[in-house]
Design a binder for this molecule. Sequence first.
Ligand code: ATP
Ligand code: MG
Length: 186
Amino acid sequence: MSDSASVAACTILVIMGVSGSGKSTIGGALAAQLGWRYTEGDDFHPPANVAKMRAGKPLDDADRQPWLAAIARWMDARVQSRRPGVIGCSALKRAYRDLLRADRQQVWFLYLRVSRETLQQRVTTRHHAYMPASLLDSQLATLEEPGRDEPRCITLDADAGVAAIVEAALHALAAHGILPRSEEPR
Ligand SMILES: Nc1ncnc2c1ncn2[C@@H]1O[C@H](COP(=O)(O)OP(=O)(O)OP(=O)(O)O)[C@@H](O)[C@H]1O
Ligand SMILES: [Mg+2]
């Protein structure tokens, strides 16, 4: 296995951004392109969090701790068994990303940066199990965009179409040397 292939063998991509930014859509499409598995970060919420979100109440930091800890355990299991993965996880605050990143060199964040107008349009025209459009404001208020000093973060213009975003993601990953040659975009 080449150096880049061995790195990619256990790379974990965290697709992050507010609700409606396209984490599930882009994460799924990107994973399909890579032949990797896409995992929904929302599935790691304990039942109490799901109930709160269904009721339209924003989660607080204490609520998010068991969720992030569960995702971190999932990441460690993937890395330990040397299986790459793509996970959608809002990771809105730096503290959440720090917790997920810790000293995990395999973890990269792909931030889907999207305008408020686009978000508004997307969340009002879809049905989501537990993310009513009313939570958009709280999501945007909570969001701390990845800082320039944050390691292993890539920002993508997520106002673009799905194919363009996936292509930009593949180019960025290749540019950072974290895709084996066969998975680099042509
Ligand atoms: N690049 C895009 N162009 C057009 N529509 C998009 C794009 N990305 C996502 N969408 C649409 O926007 C809506 C929200 O996308 P998606 O469910 O993937 O967001 P999300 O970040 O996973 O949200 P949540 O955090 O609530 O799960 C969906 O209806 C999806 O089809
Ligand atoms: Mg989603």
